[in-house]
Design a protein around this ligand. Structure first.
Ligand code: HEM
Length: 502
């Protein structure tokens, strides 16, 4: 009854906006039901946004597909804060992503920003080169061991690899080395089995890293949109739904993997090993003075870096290869750019000092992030109590507001022919200005992604390496990707035939 009364009282003055579903105007359950199945909801929602630039997604929530809203909601000067979702999904301690308080976040960000600066990343290039080299060793072995069979067309066939899985193993290994100086051996074993341990000293066991990351996302994403219902839904679904229960267990495995990794790294630190990684930035300031952070906070930061730092980049890598294979003329252009570099053929991984200047390579990656942003949904922010102006409208205080990257990247006034994969659009004079204002795969402002330099380092090195060395083709020529949208838009498996180039 309160929902109905509030609908007619309309304290946020939102009745003027069309509702995503009729239920959304009355209760957050409406949005929860809309996203529950985990299909590609940002695409569904975009179909509506093409007609309505502002949509009501809850009793006090709006989604904007108006480009002016990006700066108002996420820009450096925004008065908006992170929304209730972040506190709800927080673990035992706030981390850099879910910390809501401005002062707390600024302090956390300052601590890590040195580690994420571009000049430091170049120091860690060797860690990424090592992972590229080890992935190439596996792909070479797979190609060399394969006994080709004749196809119906009379050609020799080639082995099949799961590009999605191998690139995900690559990104987990890369971030484990960058963050914790830890070698996991995933690229040798071809699996993501890793030790995990409870905080109560129970024996160590093994868990699957990637399933565990996805488990924690699958638990929270469907239910975190209802502040009132979150805890109840979690309990009820855990009781009634075996699949949900399994995801909760996997999420728990992820916490235990992080506990294991952080403990091992802490012990190395206490033994006086001098290692060059993020963990050191959590232990000491730039002058080497100990910070003495609460161990729960250290674990929370390790958790988010291992999660955000591996999954998003793996998604982006799969999407970039998919887009190139669907657009062979763009792949040919990329190869042409890389071949012009005249890098000796026995150099497996081209140096970052060279590939970072490859404009077409960067354009391919950006265009892929535009078409398929790994976080396509509207990132939740909330207006200050006094209200705020967004895209030229006055929005009442404590309203949840967001701009879905999926829709922003499809504004035809900024990105003509938005469904077309056209890296060339990033090579025009105007590209710099629209990329700064309207290209938001990493969000923007003070809460924008701190790891973007790392993802470009990884993606540029790996894609340049693989495109130079191998030919890829869809194992199923009619392949169409399957997507599961949680916080991240997760592509399903992508099987590719792989051949060594001459
Ligand atoms: C293609 C790859 C990536 C994409 C698309 C991406 C996207 C994003 C987005 C959209 C946000 C804002 C989240 C929000 O407001 O809730 C974010 C924040 C963040 N990302 Fe990334 N990210 C990527 C790679 C990385 C990597 C490699 C790391 C770590 C090494 C990382 C670490 C973080 C952290 C710690 C934050 C929180 C920043 C803050 O609030 O101060 N990300 N990322």
């Amino acid at each position: 009854a309160k929902c109905v009364v509030d609908y007619f009282r309309d304290p946020h003055n939102l009745r003027q906006y069309p509702s995503l579903t009729p239920l959304c105007a009355f209760t957050n359950l409406g949005y929860l039901l809309y996203i529950y199945g985990g299909d590609f909801r940002s695409r569904r929602m975009h179909a509506l946004h093409r007609v309505h630039p502002v949509i009501r997604t809850g009793p006090a929530s709006l989604s904007f597909a108006d480009m002016r809203a990006i700066n108002d909601i996420y820009g450096h000067a925004t008065p908006c804060k992170k929304g209730p979702l972040y506190e709800l999904s927080m673990g035992a301690h706030a981390n850099l992503v879910d910390s809501v308080d401005h002062a707390e976040h600024a302090q956390k960000r300052k601590r890590l920003s040195n580690a994420f600066a571009l000049k430091n990343l170049e120091r860690w290039e060797f860690k990424v080169v090592d992972k590229c080299t080890r992935l190439v060793a596996q792909f070479d072995r797979i190609c060399d061991d394969y006994r080709p069979r004749e196809t119906l067309q009379g050609e020799k066939d080639a082995p099949v690899v799961s590009y999605r899985t191998w690139t995900n193993l690559f990104t987990v290994e890369a971030i484990a080395d960058i963050a914790l100086s830890q070698r996991l051996g995933f690229l040798e074993s071809g699996t993501d089995l890793i030790p995990a341990e409870e905080t109560d000293g129970a024996p160590i066991y093994k868990a699957h890293f990637i399933d565990a990351v996805h488990g924690s996302g699958r638990v929270n994403t469907p239910i975190v949109w209802s502040e009132e219902g979150y805890k109840i839904f979690k309990r009820v679904l855990n009781y009634l739904n075996p699949q949900f229960r399994r995801q909760i267990r996997l999420g728990h495995d992820f916490d235990n993997i992080i506990h294991y990794l952080a403990r091992v790294r802490q012990e190395r630190y206490e033994r006086g090993e001098k290692l060059d990684d993020f963990f050191t930035c959590l232990m000491e300031d730039r002058e080497g003075k100990r910070l003495n952070l609460d161990p729960k906070e250290v674990r929370a930061e390790v958790n988010i870096i291992m999660n955000a730092g591996s999954d998003t980049t793996a998604v982006a890598m799969t999407n970039a290869m998919y887009n190139l294979l669907k657009n062979p003329d763009k792949l040919a252009k990329l190869r042409e750019e890389l071949e012009k570099l005249n890098i000796p053929s026995d150099t497996i991984v081209p140096p970052y000092s060279i590939v970072r200047h490859c404009a077409y390579l960067r354009a391919v990656l950006d265009e892929s992030l535009r078409v398929l942003p790994p976080l396509p949904l509207g990132l939740q922010r909330v207006t200050p109590p006094e209200g705020s102006s967004i895209a030229g409208r006055w929005i009442a205080g404590n309203t949840v507001v967001s701009v879905p990257a999926y829709s922003a990247h499809r504004d035809p006034n900024i990105f003509p022919d938005p469904e077309q994969f056209m890296p060339e659009r990033w090579l025009t004079d105007s590209a710099k200005s629209f990329s700064q204002k309207y290209f938001i795969p990493f969000s923007m402002g003070s809460r924008g992604c701190i790891g973007r330099n790392i993802t470009y380092l990884e993606q540029q090195l790996l894609l340049a390496t693989l495109v130079r060395r191998y030919d890829f083709a869809f194992a199923d020529p009619n392949f169409e990707p399957f997507y599961e949208e949680r916080m991240n838009l997760l592509p399903g498996d992508m099987q590719l035939r792989i051949r060594r180039r001459g």
